[in-house]
Design a protein around this ligand. Structure first.
Ligand code: 5GP
Ligand code: ZN
Length: 104
């Protein structure tokens, strides 16, 4: 996606603090953290939002949750929230699906 901020971050065209990368996803620090640990876990496949998932994408989403769990452990989170904003009305501002990990 040419004009997608997160595609640009994934392609390293825009700088971010990447904390994890594998074949399926990248995780980086949120630029405006709302918790002690606030990471965004982002699939390499461009999907606009959960509302735009296609057949088979649930495997990618499951992987994001698994990565979030590992990153929470690595960051010694006592507890954490996992959040997908879906749609502008729910506060989604970046239309490349991403899982927020917000940890205590
Ligand atoms: P949304 O509201 O779409 O679920 O979340 C988008 C998140 O992306 C927000 O928490 C916002 O702070 C973060 N964000 C927006 N622009 C950038 C950026 O250029 N770099 C990083 N690292 N995070 C960003
Ligand atoms: Zn994208």
């Amino acid at each position: 996606m040419q004009d997608c901020l997160f595609c640009k971050i994934l392609n390293k065209e825009i700088n971010s603090e990447i904390v994890h990368e594998d074949d399926t996803c990248v995780a980086f620090k949120d630029i405006n953290p709302k918790a002690r640990v606030h990471l965004l876990i982002v699939p390499k496949k461009h999907i606009d939002s959960i509302a735009h998932m296609e057949e088979g994408d649930e495997k990618i989403m499951g992987h994001l949750i698994n990565v979030a769990k590992k990153l929470a452990e690595q960051n010694d989170c006592k507890g954490y929230q996992l959040l997908f904003n879906v749609g502008r009305e729910a506060g989604q501002i970046i239309f490349h699906v991403h899982l927020h990990l917000m940890g205590k």
